[in-house]
Design a protein around this ligand. Sequence first.
Ligand code: DC
Length: 223
Amino acid sequence: MSKNIVIAIDGPAGSGKSTAAKNLAERLGLIYVDTGAMYRAITYLAIQKGIVNDRNSVIELARNVKLKLKFENGITRVFVNNKEITDKIRSAEINDKVSDISKIPEVRAELVKIQRKLGEDGNLIAEGRDTTTVVFPDADLKIYLTASIDERARRRHKEFLEKGINISLDEVKANLEKRDKLDSERDVSPLKKADDAIEFDNTNISIADEIETLLKKIKEIDK
Ligand code: DC
């Protein structure tokens, strides 16, 4: 890369945001910021402390936490107050509670501050629900990934089966439809394509081809 660019990737659940962001980060040597991991980390701590339903304490927690992400060998390692919690933040319990935590505007404000600080020096790719609309509205490139509901459900279903979780495809699809609706209709940082984002539908395209196409777009802006 010739200049310090900021790339932001947004899109609905199962659209392949993390896959694209990780691949591009590795190919271009960019810092990868998995914003979802931050919301998950706060949720984990709130559960640990037994304050998950106590809004003010959760806000206090978000204001005082020392949060660190390290992207290594394709994995985002997450540390809070110097303790690693990477393996703890993807449990069903966290999946269940994270939307409640990420709805709190004061929590979002704190995490957005950390995300923007990481972006100050550029050379970064951020992925997550509001990265193109709120966190980095001036990003050099904004990508809005989509895929059909059936394809997204198929991907999520495969992930569940690989983890040994037995769930039907119909159930996964219904969950995704519900989450799309909640995410698009929520008041705080709803899921929405930024006007100047490039929309990329990856329903019928391999990951390798998707990455090549996105790399071309990045080269175009890196002139
Ligand atoms: O991408 P993920 O599944 O790890 O995200 C976890 C949750 O956090 C998900 O419910 C959406 C929410 N989130 C958010 O509200 N804003 C972000 N920038 C990233 C994630």
